[in-house]
Design a protein around this ligand. Sequence first.
Ligand code: BG6
Length: 483
Amino acid sequence: MMEPPVDRHLFVILGGTGNLTYLKLLPALYRLLTQKNLKDYCQVLGVGTKELGDQGFRNRAREALQEAGFSSEEVGIWCDSCLHYQSLGKTSEDYSDLASRVESLEAEHDIPGNRVFYLALPPSIFPTAIQRIGESGLNKSSGWVRIVIEKPFGRDLASAQELNRLLHRNFDESQIYRIDHYLGKETVQNLLIFRFANTIFESLWNRERIESVQITVAESIGIGERARYYEQAGALRDIVQNHLVQLLCLVAMEPPAVFEADFIRDEKVKVLRSIAGIRLKEVVFGQYAKGKIKNKEFQGYREEKGVARDSSTETYVALKVDIDNWRWKGIPFYLRTGKRLPRRLTQIAVNFRHPPVFIFSSHTSSEIPSDRLLITLQPDEGFHLYFDVKEPGEPLKLKKESLHFHYKDAFGPLPAAYETLILDILQGEQTLFVRADEAEASWELFTPLLERDFPVYSYPVGTWGPKEADQLIEQEKTTWKNP
Ligand code: BG6
């Protein structure tokens, strides 16, 4: 199928001098435009508080792109011909100046009013930026206008609703792209293909055949230089409310009537609405204390630069979710995430039911007789389907073996999530973006947890979280699937 072309447009990045712009957005945009031969279609306007000027921005962008591994000569030409910069304060006059600059760039480069406003800003500035874009008329043009908002989208239900109201005063929902970069990952999108393009799993994908599901987003990194943000966020807001919820929805949703954005998002919202409130006793918070990963010593969270010495911010969350619908009633979904765990791993473990009578108990050494599907979203993207086979010879012995598929063997390296997402924004495709009601339904689930004081259990760096999280899952006579 021919891909729809991208219209000529101006890509305005508010927060144009931040890390996200240099480390993710510009490299993704450059690779995308180069690979798809679209360089002539896009002019970029970086907007920030720094007084950089066009040349200062181009120089900094050139360095960032070279550090990302792109050839210097071509990068230089692109930066000089396609990158521009406008410094901006917060007042209405500043935004009027921005509007004049946008119009003059559009005229100069023959762009018919198509604009992307990418808010790569600290969340506290989202409301002012959205309001000023509206007041200055930047949201109206003779072409299309789209606005992109990075996560976190609000910090609870009330703030997310307020942000949605503000957005809807200035934009139609079809113009709004709420980013959850997990949705841009190939392996996350593949969950839909895996489930709905094949029949073999769909007939097993229910409470009759599945016993439990575990979804893990484990990271070995700590919080780095992000204490200011992380102290306010914590793992529940940073990962659970968005990335883990998206994975949960894609695993649990019903097949959409049509493979189109709103049909898919309708089904995701139905999953969220079917979740009976999360029980407080089925939530475990943890925080990393000093310890080792691969023999390297790391400090605890409270010793990290910028973190309060008595901080109770959670760096780990494990919880159980019950989805009260016909497909899933009674089947526990366990979600967990943590920083400074032994390794980076995003994985979905689907445990199938035990045979009603297991006639081989005395012939197996495996503790887990059920079959299991492990979908690894990163790294080593792919899946393993485990089942029992007979070991050749006597005496009779069963062994777990797997059928497996690895993306890298079949297709080589995968595109970065931001490339996929930016292309979709340019093409007006909203499937991989979070709709207003979806964001609110997710906050509705987690806001009650944010309002409570949970004990925060300590776990040493390099372990799979506090023992209380093991106890949570052991109640169901199962264990976490750790590598
Ligand atoms: C971000 C979180 O959204 O996702 C970070 O703010 C986290 O804390 C990151 O490290 C993980 O993303 P990925 O793509 O590396 O799994």
